[in-house]
Design a protein around this ligand. Structure first.
Ligand code: NAG
Ligand code: NAG
Length: 458
């Protein structure tokens, strides 16, 4: 353990130079986190062509804030979001008593030639200020211990500002998580209070770690509120549905205040969870799998496959991950006393774009499959990416496409080196607490954030 003073000096030095150095990467987890994301040069500004070619996007770290609060539970909730959804993250953080790893994404428009204008620079600065303020607020709130990174992408096409690299964000949030157990969720989901309570028991933690290490994932049944024109009303029902016990939840379902997630729009996505059985269950039970099954679950961080970066914007990004989880031989269990509830929000631009193209593409695929093969719309690309993955999985030759940032991090970050860790509870490791303590002082600053001026990402 280095003396306190040394870290302060290092922190000051790194702040001054804006973290372009990786000199201490091998010894200091916090700076190795920054370098593994940023030290591979600046990626070219993303074009729609890159998306069509399935090139994985590497994001740049603007800055990270790690919680100073001691981690209270041995499970990290992992999520990716855009900076416009901080209100959802706040509600999620309030619903969970343990660590939460969030990758916050902001996209700015570059000039396509490596530069970016005043407007983009201003957007990045504002996003950083908002994120800093938000994190401060979460630090004093009685909820999660929030580890948050602000990641950004500079894109060359207007359309790319709509196509969120959702799976890249999931991967980066996962990379930042340091407990052995992770709950992979989206930011618009609240966690039941019962999960926090359940995780307070050491026996439960041991059980879950053992089971997850044996390639079992634990599905948390998902619910949503009926669409309500008054968002505040919908949010209240969602909040109520995670605060009560399972019996109370069942009553809310009976009164139709909440229902099984996607029951009317995409029943195939969650039906395998067997909700009727779940309400009566007091033990975990195993369920089967279908190719459209897309539950959210708790899993072992070391075993969870990464998310395929080819998907952007909307469609099949999570189902294909579950396809792969099944393909890798995991068993799906359902957690008897944890659930999640969706919090209503407006539809994203990419969702609308995808839906508006989907019918036309499907009609074309039927009428003229050859021609459809060349259709480069979001819906067309997304469908073909998915079909390709299903085919590769059937052949046993599938490996998700991940960017160099994730690969570099997994290869170098101390909390990703499995051989040192064995099956020991990870939070007792020095690398975990040490990383936190250092991160705290560093207030990790990444690319384009130091010193102002300097041409930003260009
Ligand atoms: C959903 O699951 C239930 C059993 O839990 C079954 O009765 C029903 O047919 C399933 N529906 C669909 C659309 O798969
Ligand atoms: C994709 O197919 C639809 C339906 O035929 C068509 O309207 C659209 O222009 C095509 N888009 C591209 C980019 O090929």
């Amino acid at each position: 353990m280095a003396p306190r003073g040394a870290w302060l000096v290092l922190a000051a030095a790194l702040l001054v130079i804006g973290f372009s150095s990786s000199a201490s990467a091998s010894t200091d987890p916090a700076s190795s986190y920054i370098s593994c994301l940023n030290d591979q040069g600046t990626p070219a500004q993303t074009t729609y062509e890159d998306f069509v070619e399935g090139k994985p996007t590497r994001l740049l770290l603007r800055k990270a804030w790690w919680s100073e609060k001691a981690p209270r539970l041995q499970l990290t909730v992992v999520t990716g979001l855009t900076s416009s959804r901080l209100d959802q993250l706040e509600a999620q953080c309030a619903s969970w008593k343990g660590p939460l790893s969030a990758a916050v994404y902001i996209v700015v428009r570059g000039d396509g030639a490596g530069g970016m204008g005043e407007e983009a620079r201003g957007q990045l600065e504002k996003a950083e200020a908002d994120a800093a303020e938000f994190h401060k607020k979460m630090e004093v709130a009685d909820g999660c211990q929030l580890d948050m990174s602000l990641l950004y992408e500079v894109v060359a096409d207007d359309v790319m500002t709509m196509l969120l690299p959702i799976n890249v964000m999931r991967n980066y949030a996962l990379v930042q998580a340091r407990t052995r157990l992770v709950a992979m969720v989206d930011v618009d989901l609240l966690l039941s209070a019962t999960l926090s309570t359940w995780m307070e028991s050491k026996d439960n933690v041991d059980y879950l770690q053992r089971e997850c290490a044996a390639k079992r994932v634990f599905v948390m049944p998902a619910f949503e509120t009926p669409h309500n024109a008054d968002q505040a009303v919908a949010h209240k029902f969602a909040g109520d549905a995670v605060a009560i016990d399972k019996k109370g939840l069942e009553e809310m379902v009976g009164k139709r205040l909440v229902h099984q997630f996607a029951l009317y729009l995409f029943r195939e996505g969650h039906n395998m969870t067997e909700y009727n059985k779940w309400f009566a269950a007091d033990k975990p039970y195993q369920v089967g799998w279908t190719k459209d099954y897309e539950p959210w679950f708790i899993t072992d961080r070391f075993l969870n496959p990464f998310y395929d970066s080819v998907f952007r914007g909307y469609g099949w990004n999570k189902v294909t991950h579950v396809n792969n989880v099944n393909g890798q031989g995991f068993t799906f269990m359902v957690h008897p006393s944890a659930w999640i509830v969706h919090r209503q929000h407006g539809r994203s631009g990419a969702d609308k774009m995808y839906q508006s193209q989907k019918k036309a593409y499907e009609a074309e695929a039927k009428a003229d499959p050859k021609k459809a093969e060349e259709n480069t719309s979001l819906a067309g690309m997304t469908h073909r990416f998915r079909n390709k993955i299903l085919a590769a999985l059937a052949e046993g030759s599938y490996a998700p496409s991940v960017d160099d940032g994730v690969k570099g991090c997994v290869a170098s970050l101390p909390w990703w080196q499995r051989e040192d860790k064995g099956a020991a509870p990870f939070m007792e490791d020095e690398s975990y607490d040490g990383a936190r303590r250092r991160g705290r002082r560093l207030m990790l600053r990444g690319h384009g954030g130091g010193g102002g001026g300097g041409g930003g990402v260009a």
